[in-house]
Design a protein around this ligand. Structure first.
Ligand code: DMJ
Length: 656
């Protein structure tokens, strides 16, 4: 009898154990009650608190934290509060009063930029720290955070002291002196500072904050790239792009995001126009579909627009689904929007699905790796494969970010269900097993390999686990009727810090116009535009080696590579057959020509431009009549209606 009971419990235990190893999967048609979502939201809060308390016990104030060994380290000679400052607003969001008060005390008593006699990334410090302080000021009205933001901005401003105003990659916070990176600055990094500095300009009335970040946009735009797609490096001393690698992954990503978000923040139509050009470029040059499921993915162009499409997609690219959803309605739910770009919305949904599948299809854990390579070969059975060095998961936010925007904008419950499935797997596989480190309290870490079960752990917790991934999940499960944050009034910076949309008023205006002089700087002995340089072999090798995060700042072009590039250029490289052709080559040529013509068009006189605007207005009116937009309730817009009208008339998106 006893033996039978023993066998029965052994079988039961084995079944339960096997079950516990399986990744969570949800039925996407589930319709949990509002109460169920409330309790899931609280599950997210608990996971946040477990991570936070572990950090507070063993790493308080430290910039880098290792949850497995429960050790913290600093990036420089003194702590910068990287994790604390980045988390201030999520502590507010989740009503963690005691924890917020501890964090505030640290900011008040210990945050001292002068002690930081060390270089730090200009971009990361802006998006995480300046963004964290400003959003907390916005949420709390507490002067402490504004004062600390001003102190930091003063130091950061030194990074813009280059020949063109394009900021250097790093900054020494003690001296306030910018430090160049050998290969140039990353395009995404120099163009993802604008929301933060513009809001600070608005708060303080200090115009130089505005001017310094706005100038970057002009210098970048003066490169006159084709199709709104930009190489991922830029030289701060010439203002010219470097290399030919174009992608929405690391070093390229938030360039596109901040075009749209700058428009949403202030209503400046120049950025909407640039965004719409980029959107058309993405559609034309970067999209393809996988085999067998036909998942839409966004690939890379390592050798510029005439080179082949590489089917590699970083997890980082998954932000794009959210960007397209936001671009489709400016953040207004489709149920009440009177202005929906269905084309963008469809692409947003497709990218959302692809990114969800990057999790769901990984059998071992249901968690996405850092990079996948999509399959377009009908001989193969899987939609994507994962290279050996790309199997890690850093608890990144981009997919749940996109699910959040898709849920808010479409109201389709499936996005919440997908998010919950991902959350469960983060919790299940990211939890540090008992017996490691200094105590056995619950905490979570990033993973070294998601393709094995149990996965290998990686002893690091990035601040974006707390301030982005868990924040987006919390917002995704938040009360549908009374959400904590109103997407229609705020714009989330690239680190998920909420900043208000605002009117520029009489103090500020767009201080530049497109169509500036094309830069013609040449390099010694070559006579080639710097933009003509080929991509470095290091970048080319990145698909083999695994990715470099945008924060790593280590991709470079050395003299040898430059010389090789020039040699290669003189030989006029033979056009290689694209790996995959999203569009017929001939059609591409016709379209590229159309883009050039459109750019020529933009250089016309004011009279000619007025004529063009009138013509566009007529066309837009006609399209509106022909396209029967579904009736929708008007909703009060944070942006001036007139601005939107002008934008609509100025911006004919190239039809596919
Ligand atoms: C974050 O720091 C930001 O979202 C940034 O724009 C890209 N990478 C990380 C998260 O993955």
């Amino acid at each position: 009898m006893l033996f039978k009971a023993f066998i029965a419990s052994l079988v039961l235990y084995t079944i339960l154990y096997i079950y516990s190893l399986l990744p969570s999967s949800t039925d996407s048609t589930d319709k949990p009650s509002p109460e169920a979502w409330e309790s899931r939201k609280l599950e997210v809060k608990q996971v946040f608190l477990d991570s936070w308390h572990d950090y507070a016990r063993h790493g308080w104030g430290k910039d880098v934290y290792q949850p497995v060994s429960q050790r913290g380290t600093d990036m420089g000679p003194a702590p910068l509060g990287w994790i604390i400052v980045d988390s201030l607003d999520v502590l507010q969001l989740m009503d963690c009063e005691k924890e917020f008060s501890d964090a505030k005390s640290w900011v008040q008593n210990d945050l001292d930029y002068d002690k930081f006699d060390h270089d730090v990334s200009t971009f990361e410090t802006t998006i995480r720290m300046l963004g964290g302080l400003l959003s907390t000021y916005y949420l709390t009205d507490d002067q402490l955070f504004l004062d600390k933001a001003i102190g930091l901005a003063e130091k950061l401003s030194g990074a813009f002291d280059s020949q063109t105003g394009i900021p250097y990659a790093s900054i020494n916070l003690h001296t306030g002196v910018g430090i160049p990176a050998r290969g140039g600055s990353s395009t995404a990094e120099v163009s993802t500072l604008q929301l933060e500095f513009k809001y600070l300009a608005k708060l303080t009335g200090k115009k130089s904050y505005w001017d310094q970040v706005e100038k970057v946009m002009k210098v970048l735009d003066d490169n006159h790239v084709n199709s709104g797609l930009v190489p991922i490096f830029v030289d701060p001393d010439t203002g010219m792009y470097r290399g030919e690698l174009i992608r929405l992954g690391s070093r390229g990503d938030s360039y596109y995001e901040y075009l749209l978000k700058q428009y949403l923040q202030t209503g400046e139509t120049v950025y909407l126009k640039m965004y719409q050009e980029s959107y058309a470029g993405i559609k034309k040059y970067l999209l393809n579909k996988s085999y067998p499921s036909g998942l839409t993915f966004i690939g890379e162009r390592p050798n510029g627009l005439t080179g082949p499409l590489d089917n590699k997609m970083d997890h980082l690219v998954c932000f794009a689904g959210g960007m397209f959803a936001l671009g489709a309605t400016d953040g207004v739910p489709i149920s009440i929007s009177d202005d929906i770009d269905y084309d963008q919305l469809d692409l947003a949904k497709e990218i959302g699905k692809t990114c969800y599948r990057m999790y769901h299809d990984v059998e071992a854990t249901g968690l996405a790796p850092e990079i996948v390579v999509f399959n377009t070969d009908s001989e193969k059975k899987e939609d994507f494969y994962i290279k050996a060095n790309d199997r890690h998961n850093l608890q990144r936010p981009e997919t749940v970010e996109t699910l959040y925007y898709l849920w808010k904008i479409t109201g389709d419950e499936k996005y919440r269900n997908w998010g919950y499935e991902i959350f469960k797997n983060f919790v299940h596989y990211g939890k540090v097993p008992a017996g490691r480190g200094k105590d056995d309290e619950i905490r979570y870490t990033s993973l070294g390999d998601v393709t094995v079960n149990p996965p290998k752990l990686r002893d690091n917790m990035e601040s974006f686990w707390l301030t982005e991934t868990l924040k987006y999940l919390y917002l995704l499960f938040d009360d549908e009727e009374n959400p904590k944050w109103d997407l229609n009034r705020i714009v989330l910076n690239t680190e998920a810090h909420p900043l208000p949309r605002f009117e520029m008023g009489s103090e500020f205006k767009t201080g530049w116009k497109r169509g500036g002089e094309q830069q013609k700087k040449t390099v010694e002995n070559g006579g080639l535009l710097r933009n003509d340089f080929r991509v470095s072999s290091k970048e080319k090798g990145s698909t083999e080696e695994g990715s470099k995060d945008s924060s790593s700042g280590d991709a470079q072009l050395d003299n040898k590579l430059v010389a090789e590039a020039m040699k290669e250029k003189k030989e006029i490289p033979e056009a290689k057959e694209p790996v995959a052709k999203p569009l017929d080559e001939q059609a591409k040529e016709v379209k590229a020509k159309a883009v050039v013509e459109e750019e020529e068009e933009e250089k016309k006189s004011p009279e000619e431009m007025a004529e063009r605007v009138a013509k566009n207005k007529e066309v837009a009116e006609k399209m509106k009549q022909e396209n029967e937009i579904p009736s929708a309730k008007k909703v009060a817009r944070p942006l001036d209606d007139q601005v939107r009208e002008i934008a609509a008339n100025e911006l004919p998106v190239e039809a596919e």
